[in-house]
Design a protein around this ligand. Structure first.
Ligand code: APR
Length: 261
């Protein structure tokens, strides 16, 4: 099957990839809805503007914990192979729901971040932007702090310039997607003739419309996901292999066959 997938991918004029949290679990970051997902340990309600203003300590601890983890991990083989496919001209765009920046750290340049990024934070008052580590307490032993609940309280996560409230540059539930990113994602989803979904439950809209638009335009659809998704029955291929291994093997087939046409 991988040979047929690689042949179709190689022949495609506009291959586009759509990634979710399952792309980064092999880097050590939890996803959200699988058995060990974040929303099994914390309520989704933490990722809302209501929590940011109504439960600041819980909100800021949750995001400090995620930010600390973010800077401890590295891109995995799947991220690296996608960057190679982009450089070889076999991937036009990565549309990601992830906020971890691992596609870019692996070398992918053509990336649309639909849900913002956890690599930076911004001041709600003066709009100044900072590396998200600005929000962390000046300690390195974050796990111990986490265990003992030592973290910056909500009212301590302040802008060094104007003392305004800092917020992570992610899209919270109930907020609109960044307009430019959304417009680009819609355009590339409608232009794609080969669309790959990797590591997403396709549970969150409007992001989950992207693969649908591609299929409706007649694109071939490959889904690489450990668990069933609502679009499996619209897919040409569904692979349950872990993302990094699947992408590594497919990239081998695409790139090797490209060297020996
Ligand atoms: N290989 C393949 N699939 C995997 C792997 C892996 N190594 N690890 C996890 N998965 C699958 C899980 O089985 C799950 O179906 O990836 C999927 C991840 O789904 P979610 O946890 O729902 O993550 P995602 O689809 O990215 O969520 C979308 O929801 O909470 C919001 O803003 C958040 O961007 C996120 C959005």
């Amino acid at each position: 099957m991988l040979g047929r997938i690689a042949a179709a991918w190689k022949k495609a004029k506009c291959p586009v990839l759509f990634s979710g949290a399952g792309m980064s679990t092999e880097s050590g970051l939890p996803d959200f809805r699988s058995a060990r997902g974040l929303w099994k340990q914390q309520p989704e309600s933490l990722a809302t503007p209501e929590a940011m203003f109504g439960q600041p300590d819980a909100f800021y601890f949750f995001y400090q914990w995620r930010i600390a983890r973010l800077w401890e991990v590295a891109p995995n083989l799947g991220h690296l192979r996608l960057a190679q496919l982009e450089q070889a001209g076999f991937l036009q765009k990565v549309i990601t729901q992830n906020v971890d920046g691992l596609h870019q750290r692996a070398g992918s340049e053509r990336v649309v971040e639909l849900h913002g990024t956890l690599r930076t934070v911004s001041c709600l008052s003066c709009r100044a932007g900072y590396d998200s580590r600005q929000m962390l307490p000046a300690r390195s032993d974050w796990e111990a702090d986490y265990q003992e609940g030592r973290y910056r309280r909500g009212d301590e996560c302040r802008c060094p310039r104007c003392r305004g409230m800092l917020r992570p540059d992610v899209v919270l539930f109930g907020e609109g997607l960044p307009e430019e990113a959304w417009t680009e994602a819609v355009r590339w989803s409608r232009q794609a003739d080969f669309f790959v979904v990797v590591g997403s439950s396709l549970a969150v809209s409007p992001a989950n419309l992207c693969p649908l638009w591609a299929v409706e335009r007649g694109a071939r659809l490959l889904i690489i996901n450990a668990e069933p998704t609502p679009l499996d029955d619209r897919a040409d291929w569904v692979i349950r292999t872990p993302a990094a291994e699947a992408l590594d093997r497919i990239a081998d087939e695409v790139l090797i066959s490209a060297e020996n046409p």
